[in-house]
Design a protein. Sequence first.
Length: 247
Amino acid sequence: MPKLTVIIPTFNEEAYLEDALFSVAFADEIIVIDSFSTDATPEIAKKFATKFLQRKFDNFSNQKNFALKEATGDWVLFVDADERVTHSLEAEIKATIQNPKHKGYKINFPHFYMNRFLYHHSDDVLRLVKRESASFSGLVHEKLNCDRSVGKLKNKMLHFTYKSLDSYISKKESYAWFQAEQEFKKGKKTTWFHLFFKPAYRFFRSFILKGGFRDGVPGLTVAAVNAYGVFERYVKLMLLNKGIEKK
C-alpha cells in the first residue's frame, strides 16, 4: 500500500496546530517544519509529529522544499496549521493514492470568516502529489509544481485562515512585502494601472465574478481586504524603487 507523508509548516501556531495534527493522524508520516516558533508550537509538534524540523525562514518555497527532502512517503499532502482534513476527505485521499489516475490532485478550500464558511470565496489548490514529481517555487503564495497530470478531489479542506480582521490585514501586509520584493527583483515599476485598476479588478473578481456577494458582509470584507492587499503590494514596490526598504 502506498505511504502518505503530511508536511505542515509552522510559526507560532499553538492555537491551531494540535487540531491540524489530529486531522492528519491517519498519515504514515507527519513532518512539521518550524521557523523557530517562540510559543508552544515546538512542544505540541514533538508530541504528535513523526519528524520535527526547524529552519530559519527565508521564504515559503524553501521551507517546504527542505521538508520535502526529508519525506519518505510515496505521496505527500501539504497542510497548513489552520487547515483541517475532514473524515470524508481522508477517505478520498486514501482511496485515491491506492488507485491514482494522476500524479497530483487539487483540493478546494472554502475559507472560514466571521463564524461561517465562505463557499463562494474558495480556491482549488494543488496539495496532494506524488513525491518524486513535486517541488515548490515562488517566495509568497508559493506554487507547488507537478511535472505530470493533475486531477481534483471532490471533498473539501476546511481553512480557518482569517483569525480576526486585524490578523487578516497584517497577513496581507506581510505578503505584500514579499510580492513587492519579487517584482522589484524582476525590475518592475509601479504604474497608475497597478494602483487603481488591479485593486479594483481584484475586488470585482472576488465579490462579483466568484460570487462573494452571496456570502454577505463576510464576502464583502474579504473582497475589500484582498483589493487592499493588491494596492499595498504596488505601493511597497514603489517604495523599493525609491530606495525605501522594509524595516
